[in-house]
Design a protein around this ligand. Sequence first.
Ligand code: SF4
Ligand code: SF4
Length: 276
Amino acid sequence: MLINTGVPTREQIELRLPSPERRARGPYAMVECFQEIPCNPCSTSCPFDAILPMGDINEIPAIDLDRCTGCGICAGVCPGLAIFIIDESKGDGTASVTIPYEFRPLPEKGEMVRAVNREGDVIGDAVVTRVLLSKKTKTPLVTVRVADEHVHEVRFFNLIDNKTVCDKTSSKIEEEPKTDDTACATDDDEIILCRCEGITLRTIRDLIREGYTTVDEIKRISRAGMGPCQARTCGPLIASEIARMTGQPVAEIQPSAHRAPVKPMPIEFFLGGDSE
Ligand code: SF4
Ligand code: SF4
């Protein structure tokens, strides 16, 4: 069937699905590449060695989902557009699918789109929650949120001619058919995680997806934790977001390195009590 239609069977898909525990833990790559072809950028680009090395370039890629963080790099480099990042961990009746999308125009965050399955049939509406243009991978990655029962079917989307941006207060949206009343779910990406430097949760999540998975790396690249509070507020929050997205226990995430002084000190301290 695959060879004739390009559509994998339900059985082929089910064999690739992670365990329910792994699916609930955080984002993961769903590698829908089923034919032996001379191709391996997914394997060579994964910063976590989650797509196992191929002894023969024709091998079908095999993934270690305990290593996969759902960073999306493989999805952005796969020339066959055969990798999707699935996140079923939100637990609110919605789930997200990140789709490599090589068309123009790109949708905007918050835009309503028509979710399409592997056969090309429209199966409902979805809201765009993220559009990532990575310099590393070139292929844009578009994340759409759908009702969770559709997350293993949705593999593409069509733009809606009269663009609608998701807004629960908009009567226009209410006229649109929706998969359910969670289709306009808002995201918490705009939360400021590092108040001193004004760094949002979205920036932190983007960096983790790009492969920066220690508090120190994120601090150096984003300045989160370099402000007056010296990471006392954002450090533990960043650590817990790394733990959530990479599936590690939070106790194993190292805090960022600190150099003295570790808290704001008055100038008298350094001048031996003389403020002049
Ligand atoms: S999503 Fe990231 S960690 Fe997972 S296989 Fe792809 S590149 Fe590796
Ligand atoms: S890069 Fe894509 S097409 Fe190539 S082997 Fe990996 S999953 Fe298959």
